[in-house]
Design a protein around this ligand. Structure first.
Ligand SMILES: [Zn+2]
Ligand SMILES: [Zn+2]
Length: 373
């Protein structure tokens, strides 16, 4: 454990307001017997990072400022208390991926195994817990991260390239949202709205699950992502601002429609309306694209009834999906490194977010991560 008086410092990015990052220095925390200190090697970015930077999460009351963002860390255990080492089965020097949610372990959701739905935890999640006077480091846009007692860790082999390791969450999203929740299996037809990294993670998961038809929609500006979708196993892509999505899906499926539709598109509500039209009787619609508070949506809800469609929201990943994701990354039979396009140091966190958000179209960004060292 860290000795009192031995001062280690950590650089971290602090979001102080909407669209405003600041570099600050922190004293690394003295850890308890059931805690650890992570030396962050890489932190993946996803759509939530863009929304957090732009102020959407603060507006929705999910976070407040100041805050250290960063919820997709992989790193090396720098220090660990004896109880944590025993519980987590890891030691100083091991490489781990960290689940962002910190659950309480005692509420009814946790006791039923749905730790991702815990609502009683004080430290809600890494990257989403505001800074207090104690200046605890609970976000991974930082050189070090304080691992709290109820953290869930997954071992990552040291031989795995960091670019690959930083994708454990996007692939876990694809596995849970496109396969586990809708129970996608051999021969299924799946429509994925949105070719971003979550959509691409879903393509890979559906291919692994044995889906026969995998259709991905995107815009004309997403051409490089649609090409990646095809490279990863999508059978068809639809350019939504040039083609009629409903017509094309019905044509591809011989008029049957798809068994599963997954929406990972932010803001636009068109996919939800279109999904109701193209999902077959008894099919499933999975919603994962955050639309924001200002997007009123009119849907033909009778279709849910007449076609007995199941519609479900998904917000996060579970331990099971992380385990499968890391197993797939270790095996890497789809050459997943092709998804990773950019890494930035902490000082360029704003540029990293802008790159992922497509502010530099010529960069053709897909998977972006921060590498604090
Ligand atoms: Zn994320
Ligand atoms: Zn709980």
């Amino acid at each position: 454990m860290l000795k009192a008086g031995f001062l280690m410092r950590s650089k971290a990015v602090v979001q102080v307001a909407d669209r405003h990052f600041e570099m600050q220095e922190f004293e690394v925390p003295v850890i308890g017997a059931d805690e650890a200190l992570l030396r962050v090697e890489t932190c993946g970015l996803c759509g939530s990072d863009i929304e957090q930077f732009n102020g959407g999460l603060a507006k929705a009351g999910i976070i407040s400022y100041p805050i250290i963002p960063g919820h997709e860390p992989v790193g090396i255990i720098e220090e660990i208390g004896p109880d944590a080492a025993r519980r987590w089965g890891v030691q100083r020097g091991d490489r781990v991926a960290v689940e962002p949610n910190i659950s309480c372990g005692f509420c009814s959701k946790c006791l039923r195994g749905s730790t991702h739905l815990c609502q009683r935890s004080d430290d809600r999640a890494y990257g989403y817990t505001p800074l207090t006077g104690e200046r605890d480091i609970l976000g991974a846009y930082s050189q070090y991260l304080h691992l709290k007692p109820r953290t869930i860790l997954h071992r990552i082999p040291k031989t795995m390239p960091l670019e690959l390791a930083s994708m454990y969450q996007i692939l876990a999203s694809g596995i849970r949202w496109a396969v586990e929740v809708p129970q996608t299996g051999i021969g299924d037809s799946v429509l994925i709205f949105g070719p971003g990294q979550r959509g691409l993670g879903a393509v890979i998961a559906c291919r692994e699950a044995g889906a026969r038809t995998i259709i991905v929609t995107g815009l004309a500006v997403d051409r490089h992502k649609l090409d990646l979708a095809l490279a990863f196993g999508a059978t068809h892509v639809i350019v939504a601002d040039q083609e009629d999505v409903v017509e094309r899906v019905m044509q591809i499926t011989g008029g049957r429609g798809v068994s599963i539709a997954l929406d990972v598109v932010p803001t636009s509500t068109h996919p939800i309306v279109q999904a109701l039209d193209v999902v077959e009787r008894g099919g499933s619609i999975i919603l994962a694209g955050i639309k924001g508070p200002d997007s009123p949506l009119k849907i033909a809800s009778d279709q849910l009834i007449v076609k007995e469609i199941r519609m479900q929201g998904v917000y996060t990943q579970t331990t099971a999906s992380y385990e499968k994701s890391i197993a797939m990354l270790e095996q890497n039979k789809y050459d997943l490194g092709r998804l990773h396009t950019h890494s930035f140091p902490l000082e360029q966190a704003e540029e990293a977010v802008a790159t992922l958000a497509g502010k530099f179209p010529d960069r053709k960004a897909v998977n972006v991560s921060l590498m604090p060292w």
